[in-house]
Design a protein around this ligand. Structure first.
Ligand SMILES: Cc1ncc(COP(=O)(O)O)c(C=O)c1O
Length: 394
C-alpha cells in the first residue's frame, strides 16, 4: 500500500515500557508502576452514581454530537467563573472524548499542510503527532534547566515565521511539572497578538497544582478571547481517565464550524452516560477533588524528598501535574554499555521492576532524563525509593 501520513506516527516508547511492565507483572514479579499517568483514585461516588442512574433510567439514546445541553451549560459556567474565559455561549463549547480528542480536533481544524506550531521540548510526545497528522510542522522550543524549565518568550518570538499558525501551551506541564506564571503567559499572549497567531492551551492538569500556585488560563488574558482554543479534561481532576470525557472552547466561528463537522464525522457524540457523569462532576460537590489534589501534593513531597536521596538523580521539584522529571547523573555507570535515558529505563525495569519513562520519548531535550509518575499509593512510592536506594547508593 502507498505511504500514508499515519505511517510516520510513532507511539513507541511509552507503549514499550508499559508492555514490559505488564509482562513482568503477569509473570508474578513485584513491580512499581511509576510510568503510569493515571492516579490510583476511584472516580468519586456521586459521579459513579449519576452514570448508573443515567443508564438505568434509559438515558442511552443518541446525544447531540457536540454534547448534552445541560453539560455544555455546566462547562460554560465553570469556564466563565473559574477560568475567567469569556466564551460567548454554549455553541462555542464542544464535548470531546477526553482531552486527547479535543487536542486532535484543535490541530485538525487549525492546520493546513506546512503550517507551523511552536511547542515546548520536552513535551508529551502525542502533541507532536497530533500536529503532524494534518500535515503541520512542530517547532520545538527547549525548556532549559537553567531557566527552571520555564518557557522563554524571547525564544518563542524568535521561532515565529510566516508559516507559524499557533503556539501550544501546556500548564501545568507534562512531563516537567512546571507551572507557567501569569506574567509569562501575558508575554506569550502579547506575541500571539503581535503576530496574529492562535494559541492552543492544554489545561489537562489545571487542578493538579501545588504549593498554593494559581492556574491561569491564557484565553482569559487581554487580546486572547478570540484567538485561543482551550482544551480541558475530566481525566485528572475527577479521576475519570477511563470514562473519556473532555471539552474545548473557542469563540472563533470558523473553527467552531469545523469542530462541529469533525464531531459529526468522528465520535458523533461522547457516550451519553459518561456525559451525565460529567454533569454530576461539574455541578456536584468538589470536596473529593480537593482531597485527591491534596493527596497528590503529599505524594509529590514523599517522592521528591525520596528522590533527593538517590545519588544518580537530580530532580526538578514539580509544581503541578503528577510527574517527577529527574536528570541522570554523569556519574552513573550505565547499563549494557549505554548511559542514555533508555539505558536508565531498562536498568530500572530489569534490575528493580521500577517503571519509568525515558526522557527522550518527550523530545530531544528530554535525553538524559527520566520521568517518574507519583500516581500510585504512598507506600508503593516509599518502597520504590528504598529499592532505588539499594540499587544506586550501596
Ligand atoms: C499534557 C496532556 N494533555 C492532555 C492529556 C489528555 O488526557 P485525556 O485524553 O485522558 O483526557 C494528557 C494525558 O495524559 C496530557 O498529559
Amino acid at each position: 500500500m502507498a505511504e500514508h501520513v499515519l505511517d510516520q506516527v510513532t507511539l513507541g516508547a511509552l507503549v514499550i515500557v508499559r508492555d514490559k511492565m505488564m509482562a513482568q507483572q503477569a509473570a508474578g514479579r513485584k513491580v512499581y508502576r511509576l510510568e503510569v499517568g493515571d492516579t490510583s483514585f476511584d472516580t468519586p461516588s456521586h459521579i459513579r452514581k449519576a452514570i448508573i442512574d443515567a443508564l438505568e433510567s434509559g438515558k442511552t439514546h443518541y446525544p447531540p454530537s457536540t454534547g448534552l445541553p445541560a453539560l455544555l451549560a455546566a462547562m460554560l459556567k465553570k469556564m466563565r467563573e473559574e477560568n475567567h474565559l469569556p466564551i460567548r455561549d454554549t455553541d462555542h463549547v464542544m464535548v470531546t472524548i477526553g482531552g486527547m480528542h479535543g487536542l486532535y480536533m484543535s490541530f485538525s481544524a487549525l492546520l493546513n499542510p506546512g503550517d507551523e506550531v511552536i511547542l515546548p521540548n520536552p513535551m508529551w510526545s502525542e502533541i507532536h503527532e497530533l500536529i503532524r497528522r494534518p500535515g503541520g510542522v512542530p517547532v520545538p522550543i527547549t525548556l532549559r534547566p537553567e531557566r527552571n524549565f520555564l518557557y522563554d518568550p524571547a525564544e518563542i518570538e524568535k521561532a515565529v515565521t510566516p508559516r507559524t499558525k499557533a503556539i501550544y501551551i501546556n500548564t501545568p506541564h507534562n512531563p516537567v511539572g512546571v507551572v507557567v506564571s501569569e506574567a509569562t503567559l501575558k508575554q506569550i499572549a502579547d506575541i500571539a497578538v503581535r503576530h496574529n497567531l492562535y494559541v492552543v492551551s492544554d489545561e489537562a492538569y489545571e487542578h493538579v497544582i501545588f504549593d498554593g500556585l494559581k492556574h491561569v488560563s491564557i484565553g482569559s488574558l487581554p487580546g486572547m478571547a478570540d484567538r485561543t482554543i482551550t482544551c480541558f479534561t475530566f481525566s485528572k481532576t475527577y479521576a475519570m481517565t477511563g470514562l473519556r470525557l473532555g471539552y474545548l472552547a473557542s469563540n472563533d466561528d470558523v473553527l467552531v464550524d469545523r469542530f462541529r463537522k469533525l464531531l459529526r464525522l468522528t465520535s458523533n457524540g461522547v457516550p451519553s452516560i459518561t456525559q451525565w457523569g460529567g454533569i454530576a462532576a461539574l455541578t456536584g460537590p468538589q470536596e473529593t477533588t480537593r482531597q485527591m489534589m491534596a493527596e497528590l501534593e503529599r505524594r509529590r513531597d514523599i517522592f521528591y524528598d525520596g528522590l533527593k536521596s538517590i545519588k544518580v538523580f537530580d530532580a526538578f521539584k514539580p509544581q503541578g501535574a503528577f510527574y517527577a522529571w529527574a536528570k541522570i547523573s554523569d556519574a552513573w555507570g550505565g547499563y549494557n554499555g549505554a548511559k542514555d535515558s533508555w539505558a536508565m529505563t531498562n536498568y530500572l525495569i530489569d534490575q528493580a521492576g521500577i517503571g519509568t519513562s525515558p526522557g527522550v520519548a518527550f523530545g530531544s531535550a528530554g535525553e538524559g532524563y527520566v520521568r517518574f509518575a507519583f500516581t500510585v499509593a504512598p507506600e508503593v512510592l516509599i518502597e520504590s525509593i528504598e529499592v532505588m536506594q539499594d540499587l544506586f547508593n550501596k
